[in-house]
Design a protein around this ligand. Structure first.
Ligand code: NI
Length: 164
């Protein structure tokens, strides 16, 4: 396994549409393992292949219990609404307020090509939506109704602590 370099906003690759995975070969397994290691190293919640410069429909998501590997993911159902802060490893030092569904069900293949269904609520549902948008060349900054600086985020967290 190896760490991959995460590309950042301004790199044209992030705006391109990723192609479906058609070969479930060793190379795909290496990509997924590298993405998992890169996500853990970066302390992130999710990572999409285009963020490491690979235009293939592959995403890894930490749902709090395990690292999900999602190949060719497609949303099947979504419901509810949540409104909260979001960040992206490709947009370092920035955060934005984004409305997302509170529940998302999707299907995706594993590295062997088998289909599975996954459900997520709250942060995981937010992450599913965020990562799948990367596969279509979109960043959350296009959706955010308000962007926040790191100082504003710190202030918000401090206020939350004082209230608690
Ligand atoms: Ni992102």
């Amino acid at each position: 396994m190896a760490l991959r370099r995460i590309i950042t906003e301004g790199n044209p690759t992030l705006k391109k549409v990723s192609r479906p995975v058609t070969s479930f070969d060793e190379k795909l397994g290496v990509l997924i393992d590298d993405m998992k290691q890169t996500l853990l190293d970066a302390n992130g919640v999710g990572l999409a292949a285009p963020q490491v410069g690979i235009l293939r429909r592959v995403v890894v998501v930490d749902n709090g219990e395990e690292l999900l590997e999602l190949v060719n993911p497609e949303i099947l159902e979504q419901s509810g609404q949540q409104d909260g802060m979001e960040g992206c490893l490709s947009v370092p030092g920035k955060y934005g307020m984004v409305k997302r569904p509170n529940y998302v069900k999707l299907k995706a293949q594993d590295r062997g090509g088998r289909w599975h269904e996954y459900e997520g609520e709250e942060l995981t549902a937010r992450c599913f939506c965020h990562e799948l948008e990367h596969l279509d060349g979109h960043l959350y900054t296009e959706r955010a109704y308000q962007m926040l600086t790191e100082e504003e985020v710190e202030q918000m967290m401090q206020e939350d602590e004082e209230e608690a």
